[in-house]
Ligand binder design. Structure first.
Ligand code: NAD
Ligand code: G6P
Ligand code: MN
Ligand code: MN
Length: 433
């Protein structure tokens, strides 16, 4: 029987994961589920623990469920570790998004100055977990959702021997959205994606042996876009930009392709001082009220308001694919090793890959056109410098990272925002002296 550990189990997303695990008892026999969180959020963790037990009881599951603040107990001899913690918790995201907005910058938890701060808080903790796993469960797989997922995954892949795969719900949403447009089912549908986390394009969309890329792009341009996660506001793509691209950008590409439009909207909205993190706080308060109800024994509808909806689909699917050596194709963050030419071999990329017990084996990717390759290269440099800055606690490297990021400003404006961010984060960044 399998042992699964969830780090950051107090997350309001956890019931989705639990639902997915309980649905797969036939193919994936889980003996123990260990929920890990920290004292600071214990009240949340206890509510999730209660709901998890009720969900398991409802379906007559015999899985043992543990709640602990002792990570080592959970990691010891685990088979799968699902990482979904938020270093510094939601309060830190709220604070960082406010700083960005005050400086007239995009307030996005995985990119720009907010993503940089998030990476600096998170990477040291993520590495500690990976190092502990080397000792306590060297055969286990680490499935990382913790954001910024691409950078966290690369930091681990380059610095630890722990077997790690990074995941995100964005490619899942793209796939679901395209399948809905095509009225397709999974047997006769294929999508290949490639790029970096939150910077991917669909490179192939095939339905019933026919290339449907242009069809899907045209539908999206006509406003039929079900691929957008809830945390990204409704928008329309530029027809001129997408018409002949022959690749379908993920919603996050809007931050690059229409940065000014987004900033204008954010500034208008900010007369009311509401960033996404503030909205999440309200959603979360309601969710935990619902979760507390002793009569609730399933995942409630309200969880669909969160941007990470369907993340558990990839978590559960990949555990199953690894455990049963299925060879199915999934979209994952893994070492490039030549899959995307023009990016370093030893960097994390988000690509479609064959999943076996041996891990993720990327499909080959057709060369990217020059404009998109340049964007990927710049952002990979941002990511690598950010990882270096986060690990060394080095401000200057952070400034160089952000300077090359096209969605962040430069010069005095940037230096002021960075200084503010680091001062307000200081208590959570012991590596910066
Ligand atoms: P959250 O604020 O609810 O945090 C989840 C839990 O992590 C909290 O209960 C918190 O106490 C806990 N935590 C913090 N530090 C910890 C530590 N050192 N050890 C153990 N637990 C710790 O966050 P959320 O909004 O539910 O999101 C959780 C994480 O998953 C975030 O990093 C988020 O960005 C990420 N996420 C990623 C995707 C994706 O596509 N990759 C999708 C959804 C969420
Ligand atoms: C998804 C992303 C996640 C992100 C989340 C934000 O789009 O893939 O990486 O963390 O949404 O959702 P939230 O509800 O927290 O704003
Ligand atoms: Mn994501
Ligand atoms: Mn810049």
């Amino acid at each position: 029987l399998l042992k699964v550990a969830v780090i950051g189990a107090g997350s309001s997303y956890t019931p989705e994961l639990v639902e997915g695990l309980l649905k797969r008892v036939e193919t994936m026999p889980i003996g123990e589920l260990w929920l890990v969180d920290i004292e600071e959020s214990w009240w949340k963790a206890e509510i999730i623990y209660g709901l998890t037990k009720r969900m398991a009881d409802k379906v007559g599951s015999k899985m043992q469920i543990h709640l602990t603040a002792n990570r080592a107990d959970a990691l010891k001899d685990a088979d799968f570790v699902c990482s979904q913690f938020r270093a510094g918790c939601l309060e830190s995201r709220i604070r960082d998004e406010r700083i960005a907005a005050e400086h007239g910058m995009i307030a996005q938890e995985t990119n720009g100055i907010v993503g940089y701060a998030n990476a600096c808080r998170t990477i040291p903790v993520a590495l500690d977990i990976a190092y502990e796993m080397e000792e306590l469960c060297p055969d286990a797989w680490l499935l990382n959702f913790t954001n910024p997922s691409g950078m966290v995954t690369e930091a681990i892949l380059r610095n630890s021997t722990t077997k790690t795969i990074g995941l995100c719900n964005v490619p899942v949403n793209m796939e679901r959205g395209a399948m809905e447009l095509l009225d397709a089912d999974s047997e006769d549908f294929f999508m290949q994606i490639a790029g970096l986390n939150h910077l991917v394009w669909a490179r192939q969309i095939i339905h019933k042996n026919q290339d449907k890329m242009q069809f899907v792009i045209d539908e999206v341009l006509a406003g039929n876009d079900k691929m957008r996660p809830q945390n990204i506001a409704q928008f329309s793509w530029s027809k001129a930009l997408l018409k002949n691209m022959n690749m379908l950008p993920c919603s996050y590409l809007r931050y690059y392709y229409a940065s000014e439009d987004i900033l204008e909207k954010e500034i208008a909205k900010n007369s009311k001082a509401v960033n996404r993190a503030d909205v999440v706080k309200q959603i979360e308060e309601k969710l935990f009220d619902v979760y507390k109800d002793e009569n609730l024994n399933e995942k409630p509808k309200e969880l669909e308001l969160r941007g990470g909806q369907y993340y558990s689909e990839s978590a559960c699917k990949i555990m199953n694919a690894i455990y049963n050596n299925t060879g199915e194709i999934m979209h994952v963050n893994t070492m490039n090793k030549g899959a995307i030419s023009g990016l370093p071999d030893d960097c994390a990329v988000e690509v479609s890959a064959i999943i076996r017990s041996s891990g993720a084996h990327p499909l080959s990717v057709a060369a990217f056109p020059e404009d998109t390759l340049r964007l990927l290269q710049s952002m990979k440099t941002f990511e690598r410098l950010t990882i270096e800055s986060a690990m060394k606690g080095d401000v200057e490297t952070g400034l160089r990272a952000l300077t090359i990021n096209p969605i962040v400003g430069t010069g005095v404006k940037l230096e002021r925002a960075l200084k503010d961010t680091l001062i307000q984060n200081a208590h959570q960044l012991p590596q910066f002296k």
